[in-house]
Ligand binder design. Structure first.
Ligand SMILES: Cc1ncc(COP(=O)(O)O)c(C=O)c1O
Length: 399
């Protein structure tokens, strides 16, 4: 006898398979890199990872994790405020703040947790949070939670539409704290937020600006310091959240960076921090080593930018129409979810791993394959991937 839950989800899972939207996990048996060993497939070129700088398997990053394992042991066995704070956490937080250009930062188990912590901890029922329509799921869920916990007002502005945001901020004159939140780089589009205009608008309305730089940290700006460096406005964003699970070593973890008071308040009150274990010391150490590597090797960021430009130009040359942009996120829109998943499957059969994304991750009818380029892809890797795109593109009559 199955219970009502099992009775409900079993046919839904079968429907996912019939709809062509079922996600099959691919198991890797080697470190994350430009080329990996995929179980049952052998060597595959990865165009689908957030390992933008190729630091996930960088020797100094791996060595730092191993040394921390020997020095601190496997984990913290506690939350931060009880006895789970190690000296490596302090060093990491100083480095995160230095990198993004804020006075302080606070680490979390994930950027998801950081995005959950910021609105739910800092807002009250007198306040308002306004979110870009295309913000990441962690921001959306963080806002839903904040609304339930604090009874703050919530609103969404049209993607990148500053006129809409201006109108909503004007209408919210009575709110004590107004918080505007945006992705720095939108993960499904690769678009960059209009940061200088957002800063100006937030100043005009005395609103607090929060930027989730998860896809911009290590990626944008000459030194990889993020969206603020890209626009020359370091130090002008109130709160920056970001991940340690992408360009900065790719392990896991995230942080919120801002003023000393904001970080202190989060330390005192943020529930994902008060009631969940701290980052393992191995992860804190390898993330710190990643930041130090980035600071010493800004040429990695230039390599990333060159590779992204090359791949985008070549795709255009083949007749594909990727979404325009200048980040290493290069999406090719295909329409229906099943079409994106089919293209992804066919590319994988050619030894190129590119994930297909469909509804509800992206809007209905805008399913896509999303290419993500790394600094450590060689021209050979990119050319081989492009040859696969050409073959499958012709087979599916896309080009
Ligand atoms: C924009 C953005 N914010 C936050 C996250 C969550 O990061 P983490 O894996 O550290 O929870 C992601 C990850 O997909 C992301 O793309």
């Amino acid at each position: 006898m199955t219970n009502p839950l099992e009775q409900r989800i079993a046919p839904e899972l079968e429907q996912f398979i019939r709809d062509g939207t079922y996600k099959r996990l691919n198991f890797l048996d080697s470190p994350q890199a430009a080329r990996v060993q995929m179980e049952d497939r052998g060597e595959v070129i990865i165009l689908s990872s957030n390992n933008y700088l190729g630091l996930a398997n960088e020797p100094s990053v791996v060595a730092a994790g191993k040394e921390a394992l020997d020095r601190f042991g496997a984990g913290t066995a506690s939350v931060r405020f009880i006895c789970g704070t190690f000296t490596i956490h302090r060093a990491l937080e100083a480095a995160c703040a230095r990198l993004v250009g804020t006075p302080a930062s606070l680490s979390f188990g994930s950027a998801w947790n950081a995005n959950e912590a910021v609105p739910g901890t800092l807002l009250t029922e007198n306040d308002l949070i306004i979110s870009d329509q295309l913000n990441h799921a962690s921001i959306i869920d963080g806002i839903r939670l904040a609304k339930a916990i604090t009874k703050c007002q919530t609103a969404v502005y049209q993607h990148g539409d500053l006129t809409d945001l201006d109108a909503r901020l004007t209408a919210a004159r009575d709110r004590r704290v107004k918080m505007v939140v945006t992705d720095g780089v939108f993960s499904m589009e690769g678009a960059i937020a209009k940061l200088p205009e957002l800063i100006e608008l937030c100043r005009k309305h005395e609103a607090v600006l929060v930027v989730d730089d998860s896809h911009a940290t290590g990626v944008l700006g000459k030194n990889g310091r993020g969206t603020a460096e890209h626009f020359g406005v370091i130090g002008e964003v109130d709160i920056i959240t970001s991940t340690l699970g992408k360009a900065l070593g790719g392990a896991a973890g995230g942080f919120a960076a801002g003023s000393a008071a904001v970080c202190d308040y989060l330390t005192q009150r943020a529930r994902p921090q008060l009631f969940s274990n701290a980052l393992p010391p191995t992860v804190a150490a390898s993330s710190l080593a990643s930041i130090e590597y980035l600071e010493a090797h800004p040429e990695r960021v230039a390599m990333l930018r060159d590779n992204a430009r090359y791949f985008r130009d070549q795709l255009l040359g083949l007749g594909f129409r990727p979404l325009p942009g200048e980040t290493p996120i290069i999406p090719v829109i295909l329409g229906e979810t099943a079409a994106a998943i089919r293209m992804s499957d066919l590319l994988l059969a050619e030894g190129v791993f590119v994930t297909g994304f469909g509804y509800p991750v992206v809007p209905q009818g805008q399913a896509r394959v999303r290419c993500q380029i790394s600094a450590t892809h060689t021209r050979d890797d990119l050319d081989q991937a492009l040859a696969a795109f050409q073959k499958i593109g012709r087979q599916l009559r896309l080009i």
